[in-house]
Design a protein. Structure first.
Length: 112
């Protein structure tokens, strides 16, 4: 099952946005969701906002700690990406998600 969380909605500060990501990961683990799509935006001028930068440093640390299995940043959602292949094997319906139909720097995908 795929879950989508829009953390950019309501313009939270970065700390609260990261709290939402943590809560979503816990929730998804509890209910058996395998894939979480995080819509975080890409910054007001396309150069990378605070939340996106937090996500880019946070997800690798979660993977290293074994809290998540893997992740793909939207800008890396290409067919040659090994993590993308793994996610698509587990949740093939993800390729139909509008936010991932092209390389989208405003989203990230987590494999729980």
């Amino acid at each position: 099952m795929i879950r989508i969380i829009n953390i950019k909605e309501n313009n939270p500060n970065a700390d609260y946005a990261m709290f939402l990501v943590d809560e979503e990961i816990k929730y998804s683990k509890a209910v058996g969701n395998r894939v979480v799509i995080i819509i975080h935006g890409y910054g007001s001028h396309g150069k990378g906002g605070t939340i996106k930068e937090y996500i880019k440093s946070y997800l690798p640390s979660l993977k290293k700690k074994g809290i998540i299995s893997d992740y793909v940043f939207g800008e890396n959602w290409g067919e040659l990406n090994d993590a993308r292949k793994k996610i698509c094997e587990i949740a093939p319906e993800i390729i139909l998600k509008e936010n991932l139909s092209r390389l989208n720097a405003g989203v990230s995908v987590i494999l729980i």
